[in-house]
Design a protein around this ligand. Structure first.
Ligand code: PMP
Length: 287
């Protein structure tokens, strides 16, 4: 699986490549008790690394595991591991927890068997001119039907089938609704729209990942004088929008250039936000 330079920390040591660390008896392998987070390093900075470290710990606890690392430890390990890279290519930062054994009747994770690893790998930041989205027939579960308060690996097969369906229809990604029919996110990022100069993003209602890049983007736009509102939004709102863009840690701010049959131009707010994000990112700690 490892096709670019990769370093993984586990149990006190760093290993190059893709060490075999999960066996067939592992609870994670059997029932999917895994959580992860995704941060980024580029141009000397790792924006919001503290929030990614805190979120993976929350995810582990919410899945019934035990966050065995302090957030400061995850941050320190990340900066240590980053020294192993060439300092040029952007790096993806993926802390993970999983369970080795099950608890009562084997089904829940046994928190005492929680394990941690930190996987870092080169993943260039490729500027994207935009992507298209088609409305998915699959929906986001709510907290009553899935562990939506964790960034759990087990949530992602749903996203996978959404993206495959969208691709089969000729789109790049899916526009995903929640169980009430409101727009939630894309298959892999959060979504924003602009109408008459105001910026809107779906109201966080626990069904989708209210991302770290989403929160940072809202704050940067507000500080720059934009009016930003969280709101319940329908597909029609996006069809009628002046501009649509997405946010996520991997590619940051990317324009959406098509929603179903509605073509859109990459707009000024996404461009401005990208600049605001880059300026702010370079003001964060360098290590
Ligand atoms: N939604 C989904 C389904 C995601 O996988 C991601 C990427 N982690 C996001 C939203 C964006 O979240 P963040 O900005 O925290 O990376």
């Amino acid at each position: 699986a490892a096709t670019s330079t990769t370093w993984t920390y586990i149990d006190g040591d760093w290993y190059e490549g893709n060490p075999a660390i999960i066996g067939p008896r592992s609870h994670a392998m059997w029932l999917g008790s895994t959580v992860f987070d995704g941060g980024r390093w580029f141009e000397g900075v790792s924006p919001d690394l503290d929030l990614h470290a805190a979120r993976v710990n929350n995810s582990a606890n919410n899945l019934g595991m035990k966050a065995t690392m302090r957030t400061e430890e995850i941050i320190g390990l990340t900066w240590d591991g980053l020294k192993k890279f060439d300092g040029k290519t952007a790096v993806y930062i993926r802390p993970m927890y999983w369970a080795e054994d099950g608890g009562y009747m084997g089904v829940p994770a046994d928190p005492e068997t929680t394990r941690f690893c930190l996987c870092l790998y080169e993943s260039p930041m490729i500027p994207s001119s935009g992507f298209s989205v088609g409305v998915s027939s699959f929906r986001r579960p709510s907290l009553e039907t899935a562990v939506t308060n964790a960034k759990a690996g087990s949530l992602y097969p749903n996203n996978g089938r959404m993206i495959m369906e969208a691709k089969a229809r000729g789109f790049d990604n899916a526009l995903v609704l929640d169980m009430l029919g409101n727009v939630a996110e894309t298959g892999s990022s959060n979504i924003f729209m602009v109408k008459d100069g105001e910026v809107f993003t779906p109201a966080a209602n626990g069904t989708f990942l209210a991302g770290i890049t989403r929160a940072r983007s809202m704050q940067l736009l507000e500080d720059a004088g934009y009016k930003v509102r969280e709101k319940s939004l329908k597909v029609q709102d996006f069809m009628d929008a002046d501009e649509v863009f997405s946010t996520g840690n991997h590619s940051k701010v990317v324009p959406v250039t098509k929603v179903e049959d509605r073509e859109l131009q990459a707009g000024p707010v996404a461009k401005r936000l990208r600049d605001l994000y880059w300026d702010w990112a370079h003001s964060t700690p360098k290590g």
